[in-house]
Design a protein around this ligand. Structure first.
Ligand code: AMP
Ligand code: GLY
Length: 412
């Protein structure tokens, strides 16, 4: 079997590592891949959907797995389907649950899915009038894809007006900001639940906790994720039951009612407040760094799970009764200005963990940094402390100039 994985982060490295020893897989390609996938299979430089399609036809790819959201929202599945190419991931319309926050908020409202109260705006003046009547903090979201930067928590009316101006008039995110979702601020802790879909049913993984802020103690700017643990230590069985009843089940009902069944991943971004579990967003793909910890705990063969979903079969997900911790090492300055191209050393010194490269590529016999989030160090253990000690001990041997990481991942 020949597999193409699209993406180049730690998530794709984790998927590749999980599939690596499957004897049914004869070749894995990665577009564009990184320094881990380069060793597991072959990195190919392709970006446009047409290039990916032509490659998949030429190389007789049996299955394509899509990491990031952009190709799905841009209709990769729709294009591949025309050529009988199999893709694990949703078509454009379903991917709009991630690609359009206006669409997903309307979907949540229609199907009584527990979410923050919100209004959608297409008019600058109406949005400006509305924020004058609201309580603060208030959350303003660009409806379209904005690389994870399109959500602003506004503490004051002035900030809200400036944000609306930035999004709708200055168009700092282009067309992504011509429509806004303005919603109530929810206070609590976040959790990520990633579920496999076989077109009919959803099969959730254990909840994970993503560390979004750049600095220790959840300080500093938002990032793509500085670390992750699974299972989430805060997300209890009662929270799960609330999620199942008020979010997952009505989501499935809505998908069916709208004819949006798909074979792929649905990721629930949750906020747990004192009033229960709320849905902040859907992502229609694997999370990063959630995938790194989930793959470390998953006992199932990943190819079996994906194939069973593709065939509409039931899946019985099993996770080790352990804790997993993933630490992300970043380029100095991330998530703002970064410099690339620093040599990474120390991989050979790891004793207890797995190193999964993200923004890092091979240049000759060296590995050099090539992105904001450079690499992931992942370990499992009987306790969070056990897994965390392994990760930090190994991290102390890995080095590249100006690299940094949070000191408090998995510390409770
Ligand atoms: P989203 O892309 O909608 O998940 O938003 C990105 C991040 O913004 C979330 O992970 C939360 O940290 C934060 N956020 C989004 N919506 C809200 C809300 N209604 N209340 C508080 N924080 C939010
Ligand atoms: N970790 C959040 C995401 O993948 O969007």
């Amino acid at each position: 079997m020949r597999i193409l994985i699209i993406g180049e982060g730690g998530r794709e490295s984790a998927l590749a590592a999980k599939l690596q020893d499957d004897p049914r897989i004869t070749k894995m390609f990665f577009a564009n891949g990184n320094a881990t996938t380069d060793v597991i299979g072959k990195n190919v430089h392709l970006s446009e959907i047409k290039e990916l399609r032509d490659f998949a036809i030429k190389e007789k790819i049996d299955l394509t797995i899509v990491g990031p959201e952009a190709p799905l929202v841009a209709g990769l599945k729709d294009e591949f389907k025309k050529h009988d190419l199999k893709v694990f991931g949703p078509a454009h319309k379903v991917a709009s649950l991630e690609g359009s926050k206006a669409f997903s908020k309307k979907f949540m409202q229609t199907y009584d899915i527990k979410t923050a109260k919100a209004e959608v705006f297409e008019s600058y003046n109406e949005a400006k009038e509305y924020v004058q009547t609201q309580q603060y903090p208030l959350v303003i979201k660009a409806s379209g894809l904005a690389g994870g930067k399109g959500v602003v928590i506004c503490d004051t009316l002035e900030e809200a007006e400036a944000t609306i101006h930035d999004f709708m008039i200055r168009r700092i995110f282009g067309d992504a900001g011509i429509r806004l979702v303005i919603e109530e601020y929810l206070e609590g802790f976040e959790a990520s639940i990633i579920a496999f879909s076989n077109g009919e049913k959803l099969f959730p993984c254990v909840a994970a906790k993503d560390y979004k802020k750049a600095g220790n103690g959840d300080t500093g700017p938002n990032t793509g994720g500085m670390g992750c643990v699974a299972p989430s230590p805060e997300f209890t069985q009662a929270h799960y039951e609330d999620f199942e009843k008020n979010i997952m089940r009505p989501t499935l009902d809505g998908l069916k009612a709208e004819g949006l069944g798909f074979k792929g991943i649905i990721f629930f971004g949750l906020m747990v407040t004192k009033n229960g579990t709320y849905l902040l967003e859907y992502n229609m793909r694997f999370g990063d760094p959630e995938t790194q910890v989930l793959m470390a705990l998953m006992e199932n063969n990943l190819l079996d799970v994906i194939q069973d979903c593709m065939d509409g079969k039931e899946v019985d997900l099993k996770f080790k009764d352990e804790k997993a911790v993933c630490l992300v090492m970043c380029s100095g300055g991330y998530p703002r200005n970064i410099e690339l191209g620093f040599e990474i050393v120390g991989e050979d010194k790891l004793k207890y963990s797995k190193l999964l490269y993200a923004g890092a590529i091979r240049k000759g016999d060296k590995v050099v940094s090539n992105g904001g989030r450079v690499l992931n160090i992942v370990a499992t253990g009987a306790t969070y402390e056990d897994a965390r000690n392994k990760v930090y001990e190994d991290a102390s041997h890995v080095h590249f100039d100006y690299g940094f990481y949070r000191e408090d991942i998995g510390k409770f």
